[in-house]
Design a protein around this ligand. Sequence first.
Ligand SMILES: C[S@@+](CC[C@H](N)C(=O)[O-])C[C@H]1O[C@@H](n2cnc3c(N)ncnc32)[C@H](O)[C@@H]1O
Length: 248
Amino acid sequence: MDRQLISHIAHRDHPIAAPIDDAQLERLLRRARLRPEARILDLGCGGAEWTMRALELYPEATADGVDVSEAALTSAAGEAARRGLTDRMRLHHLAAADFTAGEPYDLVLCVGATHAFGGLTETLHAVRRHLHPAGQALVGEGFWEKPPPPQTLARLGAEPEEYADLAGTVNRAEDAGYATVYAYTSTRADWDEYEWSWTGSLTRWALDHPGPDGDAALAAARDHRDMWLNGYRDILGFVTLLLRLGSR
Ligand SMILES: C[S@@+](CC[C@H](N)C(=O)[O-])C[C@H]1O[C@@H](n2cnc3c(N)ncnc32)[C@H](O)[C@@H]1O
């Protein structure tokens, strides 16, 4: 089964593809205090839940969402139509690094998608090219809660330097020329809600679709759950940084 389709099904009950709940998402977006007609860009938007919530909170804003997943963008387009947001939201089926725009943005999001640019530092350099000088970036990134043991790194296919600890993650952002104006650090409960939703939604779908696709979905759910429970639970953290341009 296609990985993009598996991810799409896995996010049915938790449309934010990150360990963050709706209340925290709203708090982060409100804290950005955008001007009414703000321009918003979401790089690696997935199902575009962040984008749509931003448009609902700022009813005169417009947004561009960019993603390589056709399944996620199709779902985003359907949900935008259902919520009456189609006129203010453009979706681009494109690699984030290839997106260009004629005008700068007030807010650029990249949550759980810094791999699209090769890491946090590279993402922040790319985001800078899209930002108005007084604009803000909202970037969600993993960090090591504890030094990762070799077996966790192997399961994740990660290198130790791929992430820093929390302080090191903030330093990486600030070394790239940003100041941290707010942040949310996901809790264990946020992670549990995200991962039980991910694995549970896929398992439910698998049981409803007996046959080769159902078998593949069930195997993917079990593999993911094992990687989480026997791998990165309490080791991998997640922080969403609200950043403004400004060097130390
Ligand atoms: C973990 S999801 C996060 C989605 C969304 N930001 C959210 O928080 O709900 C990562 C997203 O990045 C997208 N992605 C991965 N590589 C990409 C690339 N090179 N360009 C654009 N999107 C990419 C994936 O398709 C996926 O939708």
